[in-house]
Write a protein that binds this ligand. Structure first.
Ligand code: PMP
Length: 341
């Protein structure tokens, strides 16, 4: 185990913060007369959600084979990104490192929290340049490194994550939003070895529940306690807690959906390879492809004109469009437009 003094990395005000406690959730009373929270006695959703998300965490704990005190839940992993920056980064002083290109929300929340961002340009295979990482990571005040694997928008997994955990004196967040589509093992397996690791996953992608807004963080119980301490108490609503619990009772459904998406992905890749307009399809371990065109802007507009929305958000990867794998009917619509370009 790499020994690590997490407290030294945490903002003083967060360490000293007195947590908000829902006395109802603490009381362990069940089916009591609830006259404590000024709710209405009427209605289907009249009660506040369980702020400790006990039942859902219990199910996740069994499913992931990890203890309940190593799980935090967010209103999507987006919220967890925000909370993690808030815990460790002193506004105007501290810095996060992100990969470039990668998911834009790390920088978005850093900016909101007045935290500096250093972007590490990836190499030609979209891997992290180790020398560059070693140089930047030594700088004072660099508190968090966000590693996205499989990476959005490039689709590849990041090699040798342990190298970054070994060589960084801050928190490494491994965002595994797309891990269920990949053959790589989850970094959750590394939690036993590295107390500076936070692994984020989500119910928004492979689980098909983006509308529920439920993201998960797995880490040492010390880090999880910090997340729980600062999270909005009722951040995951009752309906979402119940829906996700139900999905966890129905794992076969999730597994068959993932299998279907992966089969469709294989088919789509074969079809895309026949398209003259496409100059390159990058290898993907996610449910999308980064595709390169001679004139991506033109293709993007053509697709929009046919009511097909793709993503073209990363100016640093020129002439690329990110295409999500849809249903067969949706993919066929996409291909029909591409054929004519
Ligand atoms: N991380 C990555 C890499 C993502 O692509 C996304 C969503 N696009 C998220 C996190 C956010 O997921 P959530 O819906 O759980 O907030």
């Amino acid at each position: 185990m790499r020994s690590f003094d997490i407290e030294k990395l945490v903002r003083k005000n967060i360490l000293n913060l007195k947590p908000y406690v829902s006395f109802r959730d603490e009381s362990k009373l069940q089916n009591a007369v609830y006259l404590d929270a000024n709710e209405s006695p009427f209605g289907k959703l009249n009660r506040y959600p369980d702020s400790t998300q006990k039942d859902l965490k219990q199910k996740l704990s069994l499913f992931k084979n990890i203890s309940v005190d190593q799980i935090a839940l967010g209103n999507g992993s987006d919220e967890l990104i925000d909370l993690i920056i808030k815990i460790f980064c002193e506004p105007k002083v501290d810095t996060i490192m992100v990969m470039n290109p990668s998911f834009s929300m790390y920088s978005f929340y850093a900016e909101i929290n007045e935290t500096h961002v250093i972007k590490l340009d990836l190499d030609e295979n979209f891997q992290i340049k180790k020398e560059l990482f070693l140089k930047i990571s030594q700088e004072n005040g660099t508190k968090i490194f966000f590693i996205c694997s499989p990476n959005n928008p490039t689709g590849n997994t990041i090699e040798n994550i342990e190298f970054y955990l070994e060589n960084f004196n801050g928190i490494v967040v491994v965002d595994e939003a797309y891990i269920e589509f990949s053959n790589q093992p989850s970094a959750i397996n590394l939690l036993r070895k590295y107390s500076n690791l936070i692994v984020m996953q989500t119910f928004s992608k492979a689980w098909g529940m983006a509308g529920a807004r439920v993201g998960t963080a797995y880490a040492s119980s010390e880090i999880i306690q910090l997340i729980n301490k600062i999270k909005p108490p009722y951040n995951v609503n009752t309906m979402s807690q119940e829906e996700v619990s139900e999905a966890l009772d129905n794992v076969q459904n999730f597994q068959s959906n993932v299998r279907e998406i992966l089969a469709e992905k294989e088919w789509l890749e074969r079809e895309l390879k026949n398209m003259k307009a496409i100059s390159k399809i990058y290898p993907s371990e996610a449910n999308f492809f980064l595709t390169e065109f001679n004139d991506a802007e033109n293709v993007y507009q053509n697709l929009i004109n046919s009511q097909i929305l793709t993503s073209k958000r990363s100016p640093q990867i020129k002439n690329c469009i990110r295409i999500t794998v849809g249903t067969r009917a949706e993919n066929e619509k996409l291909l029909a437009v591409l054929k004519n370009i």
